[in-house]
Design a protein around this ligand. Structure first.
Ligand SMILES: CC(=O)SCCNC(=O)CCNC(=O)[C@H](O)C(C)(C)COP(=O)(O)OP(=O)(O)OC[C@H]1O[C@@H](n2cnc3c(N)ncnc32)[C@H](O)[C@@H]1OP(=O)(O)O
Ligand SMILES: CC(C)C(=O)C(=O)O
Length: 565
């Protein structure tokens, strides 16, 4: 019985994908050590999936990015399909846009007229990959092409012959041939080998002149381990394996295109086709950025430059008109951001001890966001899910002060109350405002106008005396006190004047800026008539900052008591 009220939602319509029996499979015990050869298919598979295919100008923009990132093989289009595709290939060649170490690749069906037009587009290229394909899976054979296996092999063989004979007409170009048994992952492996062997027989590759056999998961129809088995089996059984570059082209129907490509590398593949951020047919092509960053984060050189993450996103969005999900692996806007308190706490503590030349080891941050041109500003963001660490971290970034723990706790209570009222994110600037309003009020009863201290061997044995002028809103009061230090002398003076018992419980001072105009921030926790209050003050003179902070704490206590009364 179905759990759905929709009678069409019926799993019995589907059947499991038949797995290969390969008890001696070798790929599970291998690990990745190097980057594969990469081939971007943004300008072909990515392009053919767009609502509005790229204009020549957009293709030029995408091309520029791909070259900057270091791709050495780029499928630039299906030149027999449309005039913009054709024109773009011509532009690349006639305008000398292809760096010497980059090879362009183009796709064509195994049809004579299309292959001829494809070569016309490539005339004058220094080196090019001609990529021909035909479908091989049972559903394509039976329902689309109405052909038996021999008929499908005949299309492949004929296409390979035409690709080879056309190439002879353009001897100035260094040609590389590529064949894809399209829908490979849904094809019986024995038949996939048979078709590819027929093509290999035509092209006669050698170790010095390899053929690319590209094995697509045109539709991702099974788990990645099944695909890996198919690749290992294929590599073990295809002829002339050492004269082949085995390429992989996975799609993301089950959300596992990257995993399938990674396992396929373990299973013996050499080369990976995919697109930036995974644009492509249906759920997309394998995302090269994700796979490259997966390697990078394991200490493997991906041989692609992903560091200009924002440039990659902006260009892909401009060319595809598809926004990037904020949680897109590695590059999304939110992927290095923590809102939740315990994550923020851990990140802040780890970042504080992370040394520049040590292995990266920061909780909740799989890589250093700075590697991708991101700063730490966006790593910690505050809302009602955040704890004391988050707000303190942002304050630290904005003001350059590290709050002591007792003050973090107090600040967090103010921020939490605001976040719950606002029901949203609290910006770093707002956190600074909250900090100033809560701990540095300028509307209190008393203001410190001036003070003088005296210390040394005084007659009564105590070391410090203070005379301070406090403004109480209407008049200037002169107060006197003495104690073991200037601060205790000052609290003594306050007690004598206001009658309130004032004791400094916690005290911390931090330099804000360096140089002759250096400013200090004093932070205090003061016991005023049995209750603890935190306050802060900033001044060029450290003692002055401390005394003002104590006055602020007294003011906060008086304001709260007035409100409570
Ligand atoms: C999985 C992939 O991504 S494969 C790449 C797919 N990309 C594209 O199709 C984008 C560009 N394609 C196009 O613009 C058009 O398909 C064109 C211009 C190339 C060809 O258009 P059309 O001539 O109208 O043919 P269409 O593409 O519809 O193909 C259907 C015909 O080609 C045959 N065919 C399809 N693929 C192939 C192939 N790889 N090799 C040989 N014949 C093929 C079909 O059997 C069918 O034949 P029929 O007309 O005798 O029934
Ligand atoms: C032409 C092939 C490689 C393809 O795009 C696919 O199978 O997805």
């Amino acid at each position: 019985m179905s759990t759905s009220s929709n009678p069409r939602f019926n799993h019995r319509k589907y059947r499991p994908f038949p797995a290969l029996q390969m008890p001696n499979r070798r790929w599970p015990s291998r690990s990745l050590k190097n980057a594969p050869l990469w081939c971007s298919v943004d300008l072909r598979d990515g392009n053919q999936a767009l609502i509005e295919p790229m204009s020549v100008q957009q293709k030029q923009q995408m091309w520029g990015l791909l070259v900057r990132m270091g791709f050495k093989e780029i499928e630039v289009g299906f030149p027999a399909a449309s005039q913009p595709d054709f024109d773009f290939v011509r532009w690349l060649i006639t305008e000398n846009q292809i760096p010497n170490d980059v090879t362009i690749q183009v796709l064509t069906q195994a049809r004579d007229e299309l292959i001829e037009r494809t070569y016309q587009a490539l005339e004058g290229a220094r080196r090019a990959v001609v990529h021909v394909y035909n479908s091989t899976s049972p559903v394509q054979r039976e329902k689309v092409f109405s052909l038996d296996k021999d008929g499908i092999v005949a299309i492949a063989r004929h296409g390979a012959e035409k690709v080879k004979s056309e190439a002879l007409k353009y001897p100035a170009t260094e040609w590389v041939f590529q064949y894809s048994p399209e829908s490979f992952s849904s094809t019986e492996v024995e038949f996939a080998v048979e078709v590819c062997n027929a093509v290999i027989d035509v092209w006669q590759p050698s170790i010095d002149n390899k053929t690319i056999i590209n094995l697509p998961a045109t539709i991702e129809s099974a788990m990645p381990n099944v695909f890996a088995d198919q690749i290992e089996w294929f590599c073990d059984h295809v002829k002339k394996r050492d004269c082949l570059t085995i390429s992989i082209h996975t799609h993301n129907d089950r959300g596992c295109a990257v995993a399938a490509a990674e396992l396929a590398l373990l299973a013996g593949a050499d080369r990976i086709e995919g697109t930036l951020l995974g644009n492509g047919e249906r759920t997309g092509n394998m995302d090269i950025v994700t796979m490259a960053m997966n390697l990078y984060s394991q200490g493997i050189d991906p041989e692609l430059d992903i560091s200009a993450a924002d440039d990659i996103i902006a260009t892909v969005e401009a060319c595809t008109n598809i926004p990037t999900h904020p949680r897109h692996p590695w590059l999304g806007e939110l992927v290095y951001t923590a809102f939740s308190g315990s994550h923020q706490d851990a990140i802040r503590k780890c970042l504080a001890v992370q040394e520049d030349d040590a292995f990266w080891d920061v909780a909740y941050l799989p890589i250093d966001p700075q590697d991708l041109g991101r700063n730490y500003q966006s790593v910690i963001r505050v809302n009602s899910q955040s704890g004391k660490g988050g707000a303190s971290y942002l304050l630290e970034q904005e003001l350059g002060i590290t709050l002591p723990r007792w003050m973090q706790i107090e600040l967090a209570q103010h921020i939490q109350a605001l976040a719950e009222t606002e029901q949203g994110e609290i910006s770093p600037q707002t956190i600074v405002q909250v900090f100033r309003k809560a701990f540095m009020p300028n509307d209190g009863r008393y203001m410190l106008a001036s003070y003088q201290t005296e210390h040394g061997n005084l007659e009564n044995g105590e070391h410090h005396r203070i005379q301070a002028c406090l403004h109480d809103g209407s008049q200037l009061l002169t107060v006197h006190g003495h104690g073991l230090g200037s601060i205790s002398a000052f609290t003594d003076a306050l007690h004598k004047t206001t009658g309130v018992d004032v004791q400094v419980v916690q005290f911390e001072e931090q330099a804000l800026t360096e140089g002759s105009n250096a400013q200090a921030m004093a932070m205090v926790q003061v016991n005023v008539a049995g209750q603890r209050y935190c306050a802060a003050a900033q001044d060029a003179d450290t003692l002055s900052a401390s005394l003002q902070a104590i006055v602020s704490a007294l003011n906060i206590a008086l304001i709260r008591n007035e409100k409570a009364a």
